[in-house]
Design a protein around this ligand. Structure first.
Ligand SMILES: [Zn+2]
Length: 497
């Protein structure tokens, strides 16, 4: 399609977007939702299966209590009400990777409902309403082989792997989010980022978007100011934070061009294409009645004891946004400085370096300076650079003790990143320690004075500034391993200046 899209600024000047997000999170439980099969990623196809998750006749599900607990903790962290009594429901449809021909999910009785998550966009707090958090089971995976795109079109074979079938999946649905205007794509991204951080802090999932353990569907609609909300589309399985932002933006532009031409938006699912950044139509959207939901007769209702829920609530970890704010205060950082720490992915690293004994300023200097530079150069994440917070704290200790100057410390850090051992080991193995032996330094100073009689005379006659040249000579003979100030003091005292 070669329609020219309108400019983004014009679109948001004329239309108001309403967005909504549905996020699926695979829980990191040891076993599946309704059977005892293991859940770890990457096993040989169809080796982590049993009669229950294969839907064989006569098999009966039993709910995984660890998954229920994790879902309640997610609901509590998102300020939701926790149902005192609720049931699973059957969602009926056929799909080859879903062997029972129905999915056990929750329908009108979600475990958690009516909460919110505060996110920050450009320093402003935006409160995102949470409609529901419910628990269901994942499907298997279908693999289409022989086609160019991995889609069924043009494929010669389709293979099914049921290892993922029955893995506990939590679905988190926001309320519609109006009023974000031009910031809609950024709000969507900020929400998914914050949600991911919350889930990580709870330890309920590894939240890896690239491996599919966190997946996002993005709803978007446009309306004219003062009019009713428009028809929404649902862009499926957007699997990176950047793509969440791009998918909203691209769908806003597309819808505006349809509306501008006097057309109507069709309620449908759409696929997001990472390469081109645009969306193409999927299927027209089914409604809830199409799935003939009914209460799951093979499972007992869930009735969490309110005292237990209160215990879970009291034991929640500090939430990421509050945690970040507390660190920012403790580290005395401006908003902009904190933002660069966040952008570098260095919050935890600095926190752990401080815990290992470094000052916040020193920890930040190493992680945002030398180590960030190396991470950028080599294209690895800062956390995978090869230096640990403990090693960085130890390095700073050696600097503070006067055993390393800045230049030597950077050379030691190079050894740390290369895996040569602890900073102290590298310092001694590579012979990088600052020369503090005054006898050796004095000899080097006398040598420099003897080799530069003109400069020495100038200093003797009071031109102290000339000492710099002699300091340089001494640093050269000591291969940078002397403390420059000590050398300068020595030169001046030797020349009586
Ligand atoms: Zn199983």
């Amino acid at each position: 399609m070669t329609t020219t899209l309108p400019a983004y600024d014009e679109v948001v000047a004329r239309y108001e977007p309403v967005i909504g997000l549905e996020t699926h999170v695979e829980l990191g439980t040891n076993t599946k939702m309704f059977c005892g099969c293991p859940t770890d990623f990457g096993g040989e196809p169809n080796t982590r299966v049993c009669p229950v998750c294969l839907g064989l006749p006569g098999s009966l599900p039993v709910a995984n209590s660890a998954a229920i607990e994790a879902t309640i903790r997610i609901g509590l962290a998102l300020n939701c009400s926790i149902a005192q009594w609720c049931r699973f429901a059957r969602k009926n449809y056929f799909y080859p990777d879903m062997p029972k021909n129905f999915q056990i999910s929750q329908y009108d009785e979600p475990l958690c409902s009516d909460g919110y998550l505060d996110v920050e966009v450009n320093g402003e707090v935006v409160r995102i309403g949470i409609e529901r958090v419910h628990l269901e089971e994942d499907t298997g995976k279908t693999l289409h082989v022989g086609g160019a795109t991995g889609r069924i079109h043009g494929a010669t074979e389709s293979l099914v792997d049921y290892n993922r079938a029955g893995i506990p999946l939590v679905e988190i649905v926001t309320k519609p989010i109006p009023g974000t205007g031009a910031l809609a794509p950024e709000v969507a991204r900020a929400y998914v980022t914050e949600l991911r951080d919350v889930l990580r802090s709870l330890g309920v999932s590894d939240v890896r978007m690239e491996e599919g353990s966190l997946r996002c569907d993005v709803n978007t609609s446009l309306n004219l100011p003062g009019e009713e909300w428009g028809t929404r589309t649902e862009t499926k399985n957007v699997n990176s934070l950047r793509s969440v932002e791009r998918a909203v933006r691209s769908e806003m532009l597309r819808q505006a061009s349809v509306l501008d031409a006097g057309g109507r938006i069709t309620q449908e699912t759409r696929h997001f294409h990472e390469d081109s950044g645009d969306t193409t139509p999927g299927r027209s959207k089914e409604t809830a009645t199409d799935y003939r939901y009914f209460p799951e007769p093979d499972l007992v209702p869930i009735a969490p004891d309110p005292a237990w829920v209160a215990e879970l609530k009291a034991a929640l970890p500090e939430l990421p946004r509050l945690h970040r704010r507390r660190l920012q205060q403790a580290w005395c950082l401006s908003d902009a400085d904190m933002q660069s720490v966040l952008n570098a992915g260095a919050v935890e690293l600095i926190e752990q370096t401080v815990a290992a004994g470094a000052t916040p300023a020193a920890a930040r200097k190493w992680w945002l300076g030398e180590l960030s530079r190396r991470a950028n150069e080599t294209g690895v994440e800062l956390a995978d650079i090869g230096a640990t917070p403990k090693q960085v704290a130890e390095l700073q200790d050696l600097v503070d003790a006067g055993k390393l100057n800045d230049k030597l410390a950077r050379a030691v850090l190079e050894g740390v990143v290369a895996g040569e051992g602890s900073p102290a080991e590298i310092m001694s193995n590579r012979g990088l320690e600052v020369v503090s032996d005054t006898g050796a330094l004095t000899a080097a100073v006398d040598e420099a004075i003897a080799a530069n009689p003109d400069i020495a005379d100038k200093i003797r006659s009071g031109k102290v500034a000339a000492a710099g040249a002699l300091v340089g000579a001494v640093m050269k003979t000591t291969r940078g391993q002397a403390d420059a100030k000590t050398v300068r003091d020595l030169i001046l005292s030797r020349l009586g200046a």
